[in-house]
Design a protein around this ligand. Sequence first.
Ligand SMILES: Nc1nc2c(c(=O)[nH]1)N[C@H]1C(S)=C(S)[C@@H](COP(=O)(O)O)O[C@H]1N2
Ligand SMILES: [Mo]
Length: 323
Amino acid sequence: MSRYRYPRPPASEITPEGVYRRRRELMGLGLASPLLALAGCAGAEDAPTAAAPAPAPTDTPDGFRTRETLTTERDATTYNNFYEFGTGKADPAQNAHTLRPSPWMVVVGGEAEVTGVFPLEDFLRPHAVQERIYRLRCVEGWSMVLPWEGVPLGEVLARFRPTSKAKYVAFTTLAERDQMPGLRWPVLDWPYREGLRMDEAMHPLSLLATGLFGKPLPNQNGAPLRLVVPWKYGFKSIKSIVRIEFTERMPPTSWNQSQPSEYGFYSNVNPAVDHPRWSQASERRIAGDGNRVFANRIPTLPFNGYAEHVAPLYTGMDLRKWF
Ligand SMILES: Nc1nc2c(c(=O)[nH]1)N[C@H]1C(S)=C(S)[C@@H](COP(=O)(O)O)O[C@H]1N2
Ligand SMILES: [Mo]
């Protein structure tokens, strides 16, 4: 953690207040990014909620950086969920050295004008890599605060020019037995799959991460390319992506397929909707030098504290039904 340059001045602190407030008004209308206009999807045209919940007090107003205490690099890289390398929290750190993150190709297909097989480098060029400090809340009840590097997912997706039929985007993880020992066990229907509604994917908070703590992504954290969707439970943040597909229909997702009553497609962090087997009202925050097991228990916030930014995506939806 000591080598990590932190903090740098957040963009919000160098933006004149008037401009800033205007930007937030635009965000409320779903107009902050011209990319949002690409997605002719449900929710985008809905009116913003009248009284948006207050932002988490320690976040920059754009939500891009929380100032909460970081998780240590050691915890972030030795306490993981990456079932392709085993289901124990320590398994990925122990086993993921067999993953070969370079060279790396990603297939892009479906409802888009530009499709094909692209090398990893094409996903980064010409985008400037940004730093994002996000909370990540696992559905199992623990959370971390991690400094990612990556490119905004929406900017990358827009370059493939999704058609008006593209309502969802599906992601697939590598599934190579010689690289991933956990594939021998049918704990999930491999390959691991996840998906987002198009407007969720285009939201400025959605990140395609390539780095962590100022270094390339460690294998156990999803090298070389993974999603980070901070207002959703951690399992939506799919690792080691090899396929991106634009679809008209809601795509199948691994956790929903394996336990449909426990994991919905949306999986927005919601303290008011319990998991059938446990409460989601609070979380064990793994941060600083504290012991993982006895980590601080704190209340879980709606949309993991990002409600101000993302609640408008779900206006008019019953979040108990669409969990
Ligand atoms: N391919 C794949 N992606 C995955 C998982 C997985 O098992 N396989 N686990 C998910 C879960 S449950 C969580 S909480 C996060 C954990 O990310 P981290 O280990 O980088 O903290 O990765 C998500 N992405
Ligand atoms: Mo998770």
